[in-house]
Write a protein that binds this ligand. Sequence first.
Ligand code: 13P
Length: 288
Amino acid sequence: MPLVNAKEMLTKAKAGHYAVGQFNINNLEWTKSILLTAQELNSPVILGVSEGAGKYMCGYKTVVGMVNGMLEELNITVPVALHLDHGSYEGAKKCIEAGFSSIMFDGSHYPIEENIEKTKELVATCNKLGLSLEAEVGAIGGEEDGVIGMGECADPKECKMVADLGVTMLAAGIGNIHGKYPANWKGLSFETLDAIQQLTGEMPLVLHGGTGIPADMIKKAISLGVSKINVNTECQLAFAAATRKYIEEGKDLEGKGFDPRKLLAPGAEAIKATVKEKMELFGSVNKA
Ligand code: 13P
């Protein structure tokens, strides 16, 4: 099945009280592992591409070509959206042109008026082309140059203003952080999430920083309107640990163990296991 936008899968998720996972891709192995797992579990899936990962994979057109090729050659029949993650205004335009089916414009670092103005313009473009659009209000914390910023909680009224622009999904900061959570993390702010959901109604809400959030918090967030959860670091950690084990056991030195198809296989399997675990937790299995 060709790429789809994320609207239908997220509307169904919100109504059915489960969440669709966005798994960020970094290369061919990542993409293949995520797509095969989604197909095996009969789950919808969103492939996330950050601007950095897009550049690493030789640009957005290469990514679109690779993903479209895999959908066909791997006979993927579950709904798959290809989504720009934390896009700049320029990045969003480039991905629209390259053939992405879904866009995130992260204007959370702009004053709210400017965030609204730019988001509104992209809503019009995405609507015209049948693409879904994610907007962001309130900063999501994380590590930057060794300094860990705590997630800033979004103002529910600002969330309503942005939701009313007609975006498909809304990422709102509720104390969530990208990367590993620090030991002194205070947890998600469910009061903020509840207030946002009260004001934004049917709008599918997005939880970034899915790595390391305990299962009970994930379930509670879903019960309060979260219908998309982003996971990136956890697949990276799983891939790195499995690859390290293979090399530390000297497997690359046995026979043709150095062949990249063998060397990268344990990491690829570890990504599959992580994606499976998350899809089961999020409740998207058999929801394709
Ligand atoms: P993690 O890397 O913490 O899983 O966050 C992923 C994310 O939110 C991508 O936008």
